[in-house]
Ligand binder design. Structure first.
Ligand SMILES: *Cc1c(COP(=O)(O)O)cnc(C)c1O
Length: 454
């Protein structure tokens, strides 16, 4: 009986898997919002290093992981794959449930898998400082950690309400040496404008992106860094799915169902893309059942439309082809802060449109019920984001019981919830209420879309 499947460190994958090599359709390109024309990759120079811009459009199936990145990955990788045997008993299910645990990274989530290579490639091209935005602080702390490894300065624009209400991630970022600025701030023109309107502005992710991008554009030695959505981010995350493939092989298992929570789509892509690659190469959409789990409060795949839309709220980014709820839609403050995004990674969106992956939306109350049951069986406290995957793994296990048929369920537990205990507190006190996007609000935001795709 092996409940913890540990990969030999010498087996750490040396290449990322690039799904663009296997797509049976040509991906829709990003477009220039002013002209509607496809955006040439060079347009991103000044914000991102060349190596990452190349990865954004690369067609090689495998991309070598540079040795300094491998060395940094070895600080916490490979991560364990667990069999949730005690939880299976509680659920009285014939299913075998496995979960990949990314909470063992230095900041407690999958996000350093991309923060580390991003910091490395920027340093290689002579960049001295990275800017980014953060909501509750998951991505900010990953980039602060990665910047400290490669000697880069790191400036994080943190949504002001979170800066005031959630000090622990801020302190973590500062401990890594980052400068954390509550946004809107007086340091940028965009920030000044919002402060002039309202000196006590609570901020939003959209405003924080505008500030981080402006700060990067105003200095040639500074670049901007994004923690999800873009192709190169999804590419870096495949390290975790490639490990899972080896770990399942070690225990002689083949998955039937693969599950991940989706905000911008990066941890989900990291787990499932190596498996979806097999489906694409074999032309078999039924090879695995692949499920993206989104919050009912921000259901871009299940209730949004496939369209060209801005990546940010302020409308400063290129137009991306994706399932979206409209860029002006600011999701309500559910506890899974990392899932509060209006859009979905373009490649994840296209795979969904083509029927390679499925999606379900779940409400936060059911999510926390499942999470607490999981905690009491397995001892690991999932981040509220990851708990969305826990909930759907549970639903699948119960379906296996009803149907009386065994199956292998694999989900990604993208991070621990040690900084999110206030959310658990609220749930345990019975004070957590459902948060479901209303039809009226959905219609209003979809009307503001800049342009329909295909
Ligand atoms: C940020 C975050 C997510 C959501 O982002 P994706 O890009 O969709 O993966 C999920 N889980 C955790 C723990 C996060 O920090």
């Amino acid at each position: 009986m092996q409940d913890m499947v540990v990969l030999d460190p010498r087996e750490l994958p040396r290449r990322w898997y690039n799904i663009l090599a296997d797509l049976p359709f040509s991906p829709d390109p990003p477009r220039n919002p002013a002209t509607g024309e496809p955006l040439p990759p060079e347009a991103l120079e000044g914000l991102f290093p060349r190596a990452l811009i190349e990865q954004e459009i690369a067609r090689e199936r495998e991309i070598d992981i540079p040795e300094p990145v491998m060395e940094a990955y070895r600080l916490w990788r490979p991560t364990p794959l667990f069999r949730a045997r005690r939880w299976e008993k509680v659920l009285d299910t014939p299913a075998r449930i496995y979960f990949k645990y990314e909470g063992t990274s230095p900041v407690g989530s999958h996000k350093p898998n991309t923060a580390v290579p991003q910091a490395f490639y920027n340093r290689e091209e002579g960049i001295r400082r990275l800017t980014t935005e953060t909501g509750a602080g998951q991505w900010g702390s990953a980039l602060a950690f990665a910047s400290s490894l490669f000697g880069l300065a790191c400036e994080v624009y943190m949504v002001r309400v979170s800066y005031n209400q959630k000090p622990y991630r801020r302190i973590l970022m500062e401990t890594f040496g980052a400068r954390v600025i509550p946004s809107p701030s007086p340091h940028t023109e965009a920030g000044k404008r919002f402060l002039a309107e309202n000196p006590d502005h609570p901020g939003s992710l959209g405003i924080a992106i505008s500030e981080a991008v402006e700060a990067a554009r105003s200095d040639p030695k500074t670049h901007y860094s994004l923690g999800s959505v873009l192709n190169h981010v999804l590419l870096h995350q495949t390290i975790l799915g490639l490990e899972v493939q080896k770990q399942l092989e070690m225990v002689g298992e083949t998955p039937d169902v693969l599950i991940g929570a989706v905000g911008g789509g990066s941890n989900f892509a990291g787990l499932v893309f190596p498996f979806v690659g097999e489906m694409l190469r074999e032309g078999r959409k039924d090879r695995y059942r692949v499920i993206a789990v989104e919050p009912a409060a921000a259901p871009s795949l299940t209730r949004g439309v496939y369209a060209y839309d801005f990546g940010d709220t302020a409308g400063m980014t290129p137009l991306l082809p994706m399932f979206t709820l409209g860029h002006r839609f600011v999701p309500p403050p559910i506890h899974a802060g990392g899932l509060r995004y209006h859009g979905m990674a373009p490649v994840v969106s296209m795979l969904y449109r083509e029927g390679y992956i499925q999606a379900v939306a779940v409400d936060q109350v059911g999510v926390f019920e499942a999470a607490v049951e999981f905690v009491r069986a397995q001892g690991i406290v999932p981040a509220p984001e990851s708990a969305h995957a826990v909930k759907v793994a549970r639903d699948e296990a119960l379906r296996a019981r009803e149907e009386g048929s065994p199956r292998v369920i694999v989900f990604n537990l993208s991070g621990h919830g040690h900084f999110d205990l206030m959310a658990y507190d609220q749930f345990l006190k019975g004070e957590l209420s459902p948060s479901i996007l209303s039809e009226e609000e959905l219609t209003r935001h979809l009307q503001e879309l800049p342009r329909r795709a295909s």
